[in-house]
Design a binder for this molecule. Sequence first.
Ligand code: ZN
Length: 183
Amino acid sequence: MRYELIRSRRKTVAAQVKDGKLVVRAPLFMSRRDIDAFLEMNSARIERMMEKARARERELAEAEKLTEGELADLVKRGKEVFPERAAHYARLIGVDFGRISVRKQRTRWGSCSPKGDLSFNCLLLLAPPEVLDSVVVHELCHRKRMDHSKRFYDEVLRVFPDYRECRKWLNEHGPKLLAKLEK
Ligand SMILES: [Zn+2]
């Protein structure tokens, strides 16, 4: 079995699939023989993990791409939806914001500049409304703190108690939405 080995000060050995490849994390001084024995013992589970990852990759590769027209329509709708949602939550959080831009982006859902300009990914309009809202709240809370500290998330959760469920949805289904953009 081919794999990438990452050693660290961890106490146990663990296998995961990343970008279709098997990655094994092991303690600094664990012997190769012990690592291979672990993989051998867990080979059925690892094979299932690899198969699942490959199926997911196929699914993403086959995702139906949005046309230029459909994307333009999402951006247009976003220019109405995001300012409205941002105004609503800015009142609840007690902050202001600058300009809002809506873009098709491959890597991020939203951002907040130090000056308070907000940017949102138009693909969020294909997610459930509460997921879109959770991204709006996240970016607006950066008007209070520009970090991802516990105090930042305390504020996010105060305003938006379902934040974690929405993030979970985005982690799980977000890649499928991003795969709708042409490379
Ligand atoms: Zn952030």
